[in-house]
Each structure stands twice: as structure tokens, then as C-alpha cells.
Design a protein around this ligand. Structure first.
Ligand SMILES: [Zn+2]
Length: 450
């Protein structure tokens, strides 16, 4: 082992950057292919593509469904109102080192799902959202930034090392997962598969966030259905307007949002510490509302879908208790009759306090600085990511974080990712792999026999 290690020379950042640059055409081609899949409700074709891509790279591939029955009582599971069919799979690709592993294992995770494009905004896109184009160094399209571009960066890192004649000297996995944007159940299925066989000592998720992720908020989806009393508008006082009731509940929740952003509240929550530099980290959203039937009838029913953010360290039960008390107070004040349902995200926050001093955090920061010439920034995010499945529920010890390319207008109009930043991230990942996993000489014939 020692003799083999001595024969592997160190790769310089310049060599790696040049190799990544040489694969730019491929980066653009793979990313364009991925963006063409409108993978917001049906990701099957996109996952087939990813499967073939990983298989073509000589990785052992595996498809993992979401075992809803097994996971239903898992604290990381987000309930959904639909079944998971056997065709809806997460795709895992595994590279095993030729020799006994010298380095440490790594998993690179990317979500294949994208958020939908609202029909009404289609005309505002410069080009159709699922027809990728490159302009001024940016690749445009829904999902280009969040986060197909990052996943491609991870693949290109691996390909770049191979083009230089090396492969990881430890297990390296790629996880292409479902439903990061609504439940996180895809990543949870991979993390809990076979007692954690796909977990790794480091997990990197190339989400397009600022810097290296140091904390992320919890996110909960809450559905409130207000039941009104339909009457003709000439006698509105006799009826109860369900749409109006939803807005009153929303106004009450906004007061809770402001309270959770207040200095007084934050002082009582240890998990608020990473967000000290942010004025308004907690965001609530009324994202979808559906009610009424006729402009001249008082609506009898209205359903509102809320997204609530909360600090790391808070339990789901504590959040539900606070939200329910807030809604009950509003309802009592205005005589609103409502029912609650929790579906979709029930995601806890994650505080990665130890990351900057961990070997993973330090190697990643060093690789970033070497490639870009600027110091790395550890930054908290005001959203959730699949980091939580790995950080909170991995059966094996792991250090997970996000570090990804520069994107703009994610979830919005004319979403785009910087191709130069994808190259930077690919180079950073390749450098990280060379230190964390270490390298061995690439031996394609042996891998094919696996
Ligand atoms: Zn994302």
C-alpha cells in the first residue's frame, strides 16, 4: 500500500483546471441534455439519462425507489398525498478503488427535480425554459442553476481526474435524487438504504448557494383549509368568506414570522446563532391558494399552502405547536373554522458548526482558495437542502455540506448558471477528491470487471 501510494504524484491545480477546461464542450452538452428534461413532475426520463451516463463512466449503478411504507415513521420523512411508483427512482453510481482504499469515501449528491414554470410567466422567458441556450458564458434554462449545473460539475471533476490518468483511491458515489424541492424523500431513501451502505465520510452537494454551507433553516409546509358559509353577496354579513379567512390566517402568521426574526426571540434559540449577520433569515410564504367558485357568491371553502422557515435545533413538534397556537388565536378572533394538514416538507434545520474546523471544511476551503484565488466563505442558507438527510440521519459518521456554482434567477424567469463557475467548482471538487479520497492510477479494464 505504501509503495503504491508513493508512485502517485500530486496533481497541481493548474493541471486540473486545464483538464476541466478541456472538457468544457462536454460540460455544456451534458448540462443541455439534462435541462431539456422537464423533470418537475416526472423525472423518470432524466434519471434514465443519468443512469446511462454513470454506467458509461464505468460506475456500478443502482436504482433506489422511495420505500414510503418503511420510511413513513422516520423523522426525516415528509408525508405526501401520492404513492411512489417503482419507476420513480433515485440513481446511485459507485466507483470503487482498485486497491484497498487509502483515502476517505465521498458522495456527491444532486437533485434531478426542478421547480415548475408558471404558465403565466412563460412569455417572459427570453427562450423556452426547457430549451437551453448559452449566452455570454451563462447557460439558461429551468434547472440549469438549481441544480443540474452543479451535478455536472461533480461529474466533470471525476472525468477530469480520469483524463489525467487518475481515479479516486477511495469509494466515490454520485447520488441523483428525487424531490429535493418538495420533500427530500429521495435523499432520505438513499441515505437509509441497506443500513447506510451509500453514506460516505464526506458528502458534497453542489447547490448554487453562496460560499460553503454552514447552516440551513428548517422548512415546513402547512395546508390550511378554511370552511366558510356560502351566501349571495347582497347579504355578505350572513356568510363567512373562506378566502378572506385564509388571508386573515396569513396575516396572523406574518406576525409570527416577524417575531421569529426579532432579536428577543433569537436570543432564546441557540440555532439562531449562525444567522446573526442576517436581518431577516426567517421567511414565511403563502405560495398557493385555491378557493371560491363565483364572483358574486361568498366562497365556502379555501385552501392555503404556507411555507414556514425556522431555526436549526427546533423540533418539528415545537414548530407545529407555535404555528397552531398562532392560527388558533387568529381563528378565535375572527370566528374562522379551519382544518390543518401537513404535507410536503417537514424538514428540520441543520447547524454545521464544526464544519470550518473539520478536515472536510478545511480541504474544501483550501481547494476553493487554490482554484479561485479568493478565500472561502462559510455561509448560512435561509432555505433547506438535502444536506439534512445526510447530516441528521446518516447511519454512518459523515460531514455533509453544499458548495456549488454561481446561478441566477433560480426558481424564477430566465434561470441561468455561469459556465465559468461550473469549471471552477469542477476543479475544486477534483482537488478535493485528490486530497480527501486520494488518487490511484486509473485502470479502466479492472473497473469494467466489477
Ligand atoms: Zn436545489
Amino acid at each position: 500500500m505504501a509503495a503504491a501510494a508513493a508512485t502517485v504524484r500530486r496533481l497541481s491545480a493548474t493541471e486540473i483546471k486545464r483538464a476541466v477546461e478541456g472538457l468544457s464542450g462536454e460540460t455544456q452538452r451534458i448540462l443541455s441534455d439534462l435541462v431539456r428534461f422537464a423533470s418537475f413532475t416526472d423525472e423518470r426520463a432524466a434519471q434514465e439519462y443519468v443512469h446511462d451516463l454513470l454506467h458509461g463512466l464505468g460506475l456500478q449503478t443502482k436504482k433506489i425507489t422511495v420505500p414510503a411504507e418503511r420510511l413513513r415513521t422516520h423523522p426525516g420523512f415528509s408525508p405526501v398525498d401520492r404513492a411512489y411508483s417503482a419507476e420513480r427512482v433515485n440513481v446511485v453510481g459507485t466507483w470503487q478503488p482498485r486497491q484497498t482504499a487509502r483515502g476517505r469515501s465521498l458522495a456527491i449528491n444532486g437533485h434531478i427535480d426542478v421547480v415548475p414554470v408558471e404558465e403565466a410567466t412563460l412569455s417572459q422567458w427570453t427562450q423556452p425554459p426547457f430549451e437551453p441556450v448559452v449566452r455570454d458564458g451563462w447557460l439558461y434554462g429551468r434547472g440549469a442553476g438549481d441544480m443540474k449545473g452543479g451535478f455536472v460539475a461533480g461529474l466533470i471533476a471525476f472525468k477530469a481526474l480520469r483524463s489525467l490518468g487518475f481515479s479516486p483511491a477511495a469509494r466515490l458515489e454520485f447520488h441523483s435524487v428525487l424531490e429535493e424541492e418538495c420533500t427530500g424523500n429521495g435523499a432520505l431513501a438513499v441515505v437509509t438504504e441497506a443500513a447506510g451502505v451509500h453514506c460516505a465520510e464526506a458528502v458534497l452537494i453542489p447547490e448554487p448557494l453562496r460560499g460553503i454551507l454552514s447552516a440551513q433553516l428548517g422548512v415546513m409546509w402547512i395546508t390550511a383549509t378554511v370552511v366558510g358559509k356560502p351566501v349571495h353577496v347582497l347579504d355578505t354579513a350572513a356568510g363567512i368568506n373562506a378566502i378572506d379567512g385564509c388571508f386573515k390566517l396569513w396575516t396572523g402568521l406574518q406576525a409570527l414570522e416577524e417575531h421569529w426574526n426579532s432579536a428577543a426571540y433569537r436570543a432564546t434559540i441557540p440555532g439562531a446563532a449562525p444567522y446573526a449577520g442576517l436581518a431577516h433569515p426567517i421567511n414565511f410564504n403563502l405560495g398557493l391558494i385555491n378557493g371560491g367558485a363565483w364572483a358574486s357568491s361568498v366562497p365556502s371553502s379555501c385552501t392555503a399552502h404556507f411555507r414556514v422557515g425556522f431555526f436549526p435545533g427546533l423540533t418539528a413538534a415545537a414548530v407545529r405547536e407555535a404555528v397552531e397556537a398562532n392560527l388558533a388565536a387568529t381563528a378565535a378572533r375572527f370566528g374562522i373554522n379551519y382544518q390543518l394538514q401537513y404535507d410536503g416538507f417537514q424538514a428540520l434545520g441543520v447547524d454545521l458548526t464544526t464544519l470550518p474546523t473539520s478536515s472536510v471544511g478545511q480541504l474544501l476551503a483550501h481547494a476553493h482558495e487554490t482554484v479561485t484565488g479568493t478565500p472561502a466563505d462559510f455561509a448560512p442558507a435561509t432555505c433547506t437542502t438535502d444536506v439534512r438527510a445526510y447530516a441528521l440521519f446518516s447511519p454512518q459518521p459523515t460531514q455533509a455540506t453544499c458548495y456549488g456554482p454561481v446561478a441566477r434567477n433560480i426558481h424564477g424567469i430566465d434561470e441561468a448558471v455561469s459556465l465559468a463557475s461550473i469549471n471552477d467548482v469542477a476543479s475544486v471538487y477534483a482537488l478535493f477528491i485528490s486530497e480527501h479520497c486520494q488518487l490511484e492510477e486509473y485502470a479502466p479494464t479492472l473497473q469494467r470487471q466489477l
